[in-house]
Write a protein that binds this ligand. Structure first.
Ligand SMILES: CC(C)(COP(=O)(O)OP(=O)(O)OC[C@H]1O[C@@H](n2cnc3c(N)ncnc32)[C@H](O)[C@@H]1OP(=O)(O)O)[C@@H](O)C(=O)NCCC(=O)NCCS
Length: 241
């Protein structure tokens, strides 16, 4: 997993209408184990991990890394959001150098259906937009994961492409919406891009050009093995503690 980059970490806890987003603490360990052991949570993430294995493997202070926010409701962890760099080897990219920041999320089933994930992810994206202005965020989720698909749309992610990975269809989107302001340009040319409200000058090609005329990365089947493997996210997408 690649470090998120030059961000100040941890930030002060982020308070939303109902939630607090903060760095992980030792008291969150049981909730981390529950997230990774839950068949419901792990349905589209490679399946649950054996609880006894997690009890042995999860560190005393789990989830301590830049970009990982524990989401707390009334003082108790109900889930987590992650912002990690997307593995360059995986399909799905919007920047020519790859390594995009990628949003991930897992919430305990008893916290589903209340809008908490949307509230927390919006706050995490807001933090990221302030920390690394002008950078896009990508998201990859199985198309069969209805709740996650609805959440991605609600957060303002727009589809870039769909592809098959780990034998299932994946939806790959970017946030915020990329709109070209000047005529399209290619590699090496300076482009004026508009990432949502903020405008940046970049030598990177706009996302919508990344797909034109570029050799398509082939989808790969991966072999399960280790704590973070399987037909689900990479360790960089909330797949590891
Ligand atoms: C994906 C996941 C985070 C979505 O959780 P969620 O609770 O459905 O998402 P939201 O926070 O957007 O909540 C939306 C629901 O809350 C409801 N809701 C209730 N009160 C609400 C409120 N005050 N504000 C907003 N929505 C509210 C909405 O109507 C919506 O209900 P619906 O699903 O029946 O349409 C959750 O299912 C999960 O953790 N899944 C397992 C992990 C996973 O698959 N991650 C994907 C990684 S790519």
């Amino acid at each position: 997993m690649t470090e998120l980059g030059p961000v100040t970490w941890p930030p002060a806890p982020i308070t939303t209408e109902r939630l607090v987003l903060r760095e992980s603490e030792a008291r969150d360990r049981a909730a981390f184990i529950e997230l990774f052991a839950s068949p419901e949570v792990r349905t589209y993430l490679g399946g649950p991990r054996p609880r006894d294995e997690l009890e042995r493997a999860v560190p005393d202070l789990p989830g301590r890394r830049p970009g990982l926010f524990v989401v707390e409701l009334d003082g108790v962890m109900i889930g987590m959001t992650t912002l990690d760099r997307r593995d360059a080897e995986r399909p799905g990219h919007v920047l020519p150098d790859a390594g995009e920041a990628e949003l991930g999320y897992m919430f305990l089933p008893e916290a589903w259906g209340c809008g908490y994930a949307a509230e927390a992810c919006a706050a995490a994206l807001g933090w990221f937009a302030d920390a690394l202005p002008g950078e896009p965020v990508v998201l990859c989720t199985q198309t069969a994961n209805d709740r996650s698909m609805r959440l991605a749309a609600k957060l303002g992610f727009t589809e870039v492409q769909r592809f098959e990975e780990w034998g299932v269809e994946q939806w790959f989107g970017v946030w915020p919406l990329v709109t070209p302001r000047l005529s399209p340009c290619w590699r090496g040319a300076v482009c004026q891009l508009s990432w949502g409200r903020s405008s940046v000058t970049s030598r990177r090609r706009p996302a919508f050009l990344s797909w034109a005329g570029e050799p398509k990365r082939s989808s790969r089947a991966r072999t399960a093995g280790g704590l973070a493997a399987g037909p689900g996210p990479s360790p960089a997408r909330g797949g590891s503690v």
